[in-house]
Design a protein around this ligand. Structure first.
Ligand code: ATP
Ligand code: PRP
Length: 210
């Protein structure tokens, strides 16, 4: 194991659930991620470093080889169209569902149904497959507000406990996909840094099942 490898990790929930696994693997970051201003962080393992980035940036870092491995939600991978990455493992963390949600019987009259979401490509494909013509409105967060303010008739968003929908008087309407976090790899890194990549991936496998 001679090559250095970089793991791009999605900030927020995924990072919180990944840190204990990295610790068990002997790859804990050497900085306190809550306070450090450093962005490229060494770990206890001399050959492994991490970058902590926005969820939607993880596939980009891995695709271009700026990171060799990445940890991102399946939702983000579906939206980014991640054919150029290897999806190596389901890490079984940050589980939720990607759903259509809204008021019980959304009414849009004669105009096209308006769908608010940050998952523009996934939503487009989902409704196209159903032969439904919809207008997609891109939002970056708080999707639940859209039906409440008449910005949109329905939303496509993540649902876990359903508390956010319930608190805002909305309901889950249709299931699109089960979501969890995945370990992804840059294709070239899998060849060029084969031994190191295999070792780290195997560590993830062992410590997740342990
Ligand atoms: P960004 O900062 O780029 O907007 P974000 O706010 O979506 O990212 P998080 O809320 O931490 O970041 O979500 C990161 C990932 O965690 C999502 O891509 C999804 O896979 C998963 N996730 C999001 N919300 C939930 C939830 N309520 N329960 C379980 N997993 C979730
Ligand atoms: C996510 C998602 C929903 C909520 C679902 O939002 O966008 O709003 O979690 O979880 P629940 O079914 O358990 O309520 P998050 O909390 O990440 O906030 P965000 O809108 O800033 O992404």
């Amino acid at each position: 194991m001679n090559d250095k490898i970089t793991i791009a990790i999605s900030k927020g929930r995924i990072l919180a659930d990944t840190l204990p696994v990295l610790e068990k693997m002997g790859m804990a970051p050497l900085e306190d991620l809550d306070t450090t201003r450093k962005l490229l962080i060494d770990t206890e393992h001399p050959q492994v470093r991490v970058v902590v980035v926005r969820a939607t940036d993880v596939p980009t870092y891995v695709q271009y080889g700026a990171a060799d491995l990445g940890i991102a939600g399946k939702d983000v991978l579906m939206e980014s169209g991640s054919e150029s990455l290897y999806e190596l493992m389901d890490l079984d963390i940050c589980k939720c569902k990607l759903m259509v949600a809204g008021y019980k019987e959304p009414k849009h009259g004669a105009r096209r149904m308006r769908v608010a979401t940050k998952y523009v490509h996934v939503a487009q494909e989902y409704f196209a497959q159903q032969g439904k013509q919809v207008e997609i409105i891109k939002l970056y967060g708080s999707m639940e507000l859209a039906p409440m303010t008449d910005l949109a008739d329905i939303i496509v968003d993540l649902v876990d406990t359903g508390n956010t929908l319930r608190a805002n008087g909305l309901e889950p309407l249709e299931h699109i996909a089960d979501i969890s976090s995945r370990l992804v790899a840059n294709k070239a890194s899998m060849k060029v840094k084969f031994d190191t990549m295999q070792t780290v991936v195997e560590q993830f496998r062992q410590h997740l099942t342990a």
